[in-house]
Design a protein around this ligand. Structure first.
Ligand code: ACM
Length: 265
């Protein structure tokens, strides 16, 4: 099966949803792809002091806000699904979420389960678990940035049947890109890490985001790695169904050989 994927790396602005919509539109409005993956918090940027500061730049998961409406239009133009990180407003609560938007609107929403550092002052931890959904016959799961360091995240998505793990990110630690090679190998899945670039400063704190967005195949081959500090778009064609085969050797299968009864501490 041929499935065209696109990864987008850019520098989301803080406190300016319109500018981020404009940037994303300029980057992807001419791309035809079955799946486009954008970074974490692509509507809002990253650093905020308190939830009240972020709330004006967040929106509900039902697709009624400006950012998800724009993604729906872009999805129609691309003919495919768009997955993006965004700040989600649910009642009065904020979640660091990833959304899958089709030409018909939102089809899935994931709330980041493992919050990193000061995200704990802004967001609630995800409360709905990991999810896998089907798009054009392909099973797709979402996780966000720091979820990578818990192997359980990718494992759960793989056990739910994911062929592709879409992984919006705002990475600041240097380990993830290499670790995603292992995540792909140990689960035999495609992973698409769409990271951001640039720097944000708030008070005494400055964060440098590491770029290096990456597409990794089930055998661990890096199909693409973006530069560390440049806007980048990369499209490639994969066969997601390769990820259905969990064979490691004639006598080993990644899932059938698991021994969960032995995994207690
Ligand atoms: C991160 O989870 N944004 C580092």
């Amino acid at each position: 099966m041929e499935f065209k994927i696109a990864l987008v790396q850019f520098n989301p602005a803080r406190k300016n949803v319109d500018s981020n919509i404009e940037k994303i539109t300029a980057l992807i409005s001419n791309i035809k792809a079955d799946l486009i993956v954008l970074p974490e918090l692509a509507n809002s940027g990253y650093l905020y002091q308190i939830p009240n500061d972020l709330r004006p730049y967040s929106e509900p998961a039902d697709g009624s806000g400006p950012f998800l409406s724009a993604l729906k239009k872009l999805s129609k133009a691309s003919g495919g699904l768009i997955i993006s990180g965004y700040a989600e407003l649910a009642g009065n609560q904020l979640f660091n979420s990833a959304v899958a938007v089709s030409p018909d609107g939102v089809i899935e929403n994931y709330r980041k389960i493992h919050l990193f550092a000061d995200e704990k002052s802004l967001f609630e931890s995800g409360d709905q678990g990991f999810k896998v959904f089907q798009w054009q016959g392909v099973k797709i799961g979402m996780m966000i940035c720091f979820d990578w360091i818990f192997p359980e995240s990718a494992r759960t998505l793989a056990l739910l049947g994911a062929h592709i793990i879409a992984h919006p990110a705002n990475l600041v630690l240097p380990y993830c890109q290499d670790a995603m090679i292992t995540r792909s190998i140990e689960n035999k899945v495609f992973t698409i890490t769409a990271n951001r670039i640039g720097q944000e400063t708030l008070g005494e704190q400055t964060l440098q985001f590491t770029g290096g967005s990456q597409i990794t195949a089930p055998q661990g081959k890096v199909l693409y790695r973006a530069p560390g500090d440049e806007t980048a778009i990369h499209t490639t064609i994969i066969d997601p169904l390769q990820a259905s085969d969990k064979t490691i050797s004639p006598r080993n299968n990644l899932f059938e050989d698991r021994r969960p009864s032995m995994y207690h501490g």
